[in-house]
Design a protein around this ligand. Structure first.
Ligand code: ADQ
Length: 473
């Protein structure tokens, strides 16, 4: 089997709880197959003299990581990646910021990643680059003579061209994407937006449903919805450890409905709107009733950016207001926890909650929706309420789909979920389980890699030999 080389901005530490979808799904995928995972180790150092890469082994994979300098962190990570690309790809032009230094830092770190990675590659490696931090990496590797198949996957949405063109330097950025052999998207509409951009702005043409020709360069664009390892998540939700933790956390012996929200604390996740919808739900019941408790777990992320500081303050103020207005001596309606929580505890909390509330304003996929389904007790499952603007909504049709901007619609869906018969909950859950099994982590990885292997080979003797001998890639 050919070695898989994964490159992402951040390499997760497998011994720690990760609160990012990308880390979670890549770890699931690499655990199965093994390979090399290259990227940032999360450390920040003063200058470039301290950034030598280091390797560690984890199960069947090697993790090769390096730190960023303070300047890289500011310009490449916080700046161009998270103040320019992230908001634009989430349709938030109002929050996008741009500086020339940040764009330069983005170029510099991508080039450095290519410098470090190139000598560590074998000719037969399959290379898979992940997400918006590393869009030009494929072109940087090509410039250093790497002829292997290189694939790229967008974990985040790909906006319509009318929004994308607000990205300064978008032509350079999008042209650099054309150096990949295969570009993967979460949903059909992301893929369609990309193809439309290439055809309308870069002079490309579709030569088959998944293939673009841009001035003689062929690029494939495919849809590969991210999934989770369903069985291992379901097992975690039933584990004695999860149960003990849950018994300590939740009030037992009362007919209380728990509603769970789990997200990175990001403005794309629609948390203030969710809190307001919960408030509207409480208002819709007679005074003095205690119909539901919302547990919102929001892990810290990108704390150094103003947009994230603002949303944190907004949530603190909203949760104070809701608890002040509706709370009682024996009841805190909204339990807001701003930290990363162990995955088995999360799984147990999902299972103990009647409603999974997943209401992002825009999301590439959203793995929490899938984790919530996997964690349920099939004989008495909860109900998933899912934003129509999450990529997951394309597939998870038996969830209660809502417009997250419409707080009354979300409140109404919560009420419907509270009152839903067990029979209907079981039917919906059964159908949803089938769907998340069909698009699970393994399927995501194998279908992407199969498509990548089938891409045209560049002039590369080692790869040609492999093909001719018929060896499985
Ligand atoms: P994220 O935006 O990080 O990922 P998501 O898909 O919801 O979003 O994944 C979050 C992951 O982190 C989940 O596995 C969740 O359990 C975990 N997590 C969140 N909050 C946590 C907390 N407080 N404690 C512990 N764990 C927590 C990006 C895209 C998504 C896309 C994924 C994968 O933005 O749209 O689904 O990549 O492609």
């Amino acid at each position: 089997m050919r070695r898989l080389v994964i490159v992402s901005n951040r390499v997760a530490d497998p011994s720690q709880n990760s609160s990012g979808g990308l880390a979670v799904c890549l770890l699931d995928a690499l655990r199965e197959r093994g390979g090399l995972w290259f990227g940032w180790n999360g450390a920040i150092v003063a200058d470039e003299s301290e950034i030598a890469p280091a390797c560690t082994k984890y199960d069947r994979c090697v993790l090769m990581t390096m730190p960023l300098t303070e300047r890289d962190y500011r310009e490449y990570y916080l700046g161009f990646s998270n103040e320019t690309l992230w908001p634009i790809h989430h349709y938030r032009l109002d929050l996008a910021r741009f500086t020339l230094e940040a764009a330069e830092g983005y170029r510099r770190v991508n080039a450095r990643f290519a410098d470090v990675l190139t000598p560590n590659l074998n000719r037969s490696d399959l290379i898979w680059v992940h997400d918006y931090h590393l869009i030009p990496l494929g072109a940087d590797l090509r410039a250093r003579g790497v002829g292997n198949e290189i694939g790229f996957f967008f974990h985040i949405p790909f906006p319509p061209p009318e929004i994308l063109v607000a990205t300064p330097e978008h032509e350079w950025l999008m042209n650099s994407l054309l150096e990949y052999d295969l570009i993967g998207f979460q949903t059909i509409s992301d893929q369609a937006n990309f193809c439309r951009f290439v055809c309308e702005f870069l002079g490309g043409e579709m030569v088959s449903p998944n293939t673009l020709n841009v001035g003689g360069k062929y690029v494939k664009a495919g849809v590969f919805p991210v999934g989770i390892d369903v069985d291992s998540f379901a097992a975690m939700a039933k584990s004695p450890e999860a149960k003990t933790r849950i018994d300590r956390t939740l009030v037992r012996g009362e007919e209380r409905v728990y509603v769970i929200g789990v997200d990175r604390l990001d403005y794309s996740k629609g948390l203030p709107e969710r809190f307001r919808a919960f408030k509207a739900l409480l208002e819709s019941y007679p005074t003095g009733s205690k119909p539901a408790t919302l547990i919102q777990i929001a892990s810290p992320t990108r704390d150094d950016l103003q947009a994230y500081i603002n949303i944190r303050h907004e949530l603190e103020s909203l949760s104070g207001e809701i608890n002040g207005k509706f709370g009682d001596f024996d009841w805190t309606p909204l339990r807001y926890i701003h930290r990363t929580v162990a995955r088995d505890v999360l799984a147990g909390l999902y299972r103990a909650s009647r409603i999974g509330l997943v209401t992002p304003l825009r999301d590439g996929m959203n793995l929490v929706a899938k984790e919530y389904i996997a964690a349920q007790d099939p004989s008495d499952p909860g109900v998933l309420i899912l934003s129509r603007f999450a990529g997951a909504a394309d597939d998870l049709e038996e969830a209660l789909t809502v417009n997250p901007y419409d707080i009354h619609e979300v409140a109404h869906a919560m009420r419907r979920a509270i009152e839903m018969s067990k029979k209907e909950r079981i039917e919906r859950h059964r159908a949803l389980m089938k769907r998340i099994r069909h698009h699970d982590a393994n399927n995501w990885m194998t279908s992407f890699l199969r498509a990548l292997r089938s891409c045209r080979r560049r002039q590369h003797p080692a790869l040609t030999q492999l093909d001719e001998s018929g060896a499985a890639a």
